[in-house]
Design a protein around this ligand. Structure first.
Ligand SMILES: [Zn+2]
Length: 267
């Protein structure tokens, strides 16, 4: 694996602890931090979790059980699991608005429906999903469109939301789809790392516990014991902040996978 890959894994999933927390000198802290950042060891990285992230990407590419990130870049076949997916440009007609967030079209570039399809009797419910791709997702189909319309200068030096492409929106939705990302090989760690309880208000405003067994979107309101920052897990900054706050959340947040991949793609 390349250095890029290691550095990006640490940025979006697991950061080794910083050594300079122990000494209390208050001079040149910024500089020291940078120097430490350059010589990271893997003391804080759990190999099983790292392997898990790899299996998620390999499962999306349809390569199991043995696969490396390089295999993904050279993969030319299609994933048979994608046969269960229906794409819809804009709202899928049978899905009713009460099953959507009403602000969807304006805010979200794409949405995936999976378990809810049982209620609608759509497809073989274990395998099926519907992905709505909204107009905004088509603004920048690929990197060339971003260069042409935004220019290199606008992007700045750090990962930014301006780097996202149509493919990146679709990848984010793929990550949510448990039929796609969960495999016999990663099932056990998937249960340990991904399955989690969230709290949502019901119609009467009461907090109700729900178990989510897919890679979710982090929402601070669902975690009543968490600090208020970041408010959600979208975008490269928030995704990275989750790693800093509580690594467990980074593995459960679909955008961390998106930004890891987008960053790797641009590098
Ligand atoms: Zn999402």
């Amino acid at each position: 694996m390349s250095e890029n890959y290691e550095g990006l894994y640490e940025r979006y999933f697991e950061s080794p602890p910083l050594n300079d927390d122990e000494d209390n000198d208050d001079e040149d802290d910024d500089q020291e931090e940078e120097e430490d950042g350059g010589g990271q060891d893997e003391a804080g990285v759990d190999p099983a979790r790292k392997q898990f992230v790899q299996t998620v990407f390999c499962a999306i590419a349809g390569i199991t059980p043995e696969c490396s990130i390089n295999d993904i870049f050279t993969q030319r076949g299609t994933n048979p699991k994608l046969d269960g997916l229906t794409y819809s440009v804009g709202k899928y007609p049978s899905i009713e608005d009460h099953d959507r967030n009403f602000e969807h079209d304006a805010i979200y570039a794409a949405t995936l429906y999976q378990d809810i399809l049982t209620e609608y009797n759509i497809g073989n419910t274990d395998d099926a999903a519907i992905m709505e791709i909204h107009r905004r997702a088509f603004d920048f189909p690929n990197i060339e469109d971003i260069f042409e319309n935004r220019g290199c200068q606008a992007l700045g030096a750090a990962d930014s939301g301006l780097m996202t492409t149509l493919g990146a929106h679709i990848l984010h939705e793929f990550v949510h789809w448990h039929h796609l990302t969960r495999t016999p090989e990663n099932g056990q760690i998937y249960n340990q790392l991904i399955t989690h309880d969230v709290y949502k208000p019901n119609e009467n405003g009461e907090e109700v516990e729900e178990t989510h067994d897919y890679i979710d979107d982090y929402d601070r309101d669902e975690y009543d014991d968490k600090d208020l920052d970041p408010p959600d897990g979208y975008g490269p900054q928030h995704a990275h902040q989750l790693v800093v706050n509580d690594e467990q959340d980074s593995f459960r947040n679909a955008d961390n996978y998106r930004w890891f991949a987008v960053s790797l793609y641009w590098h």
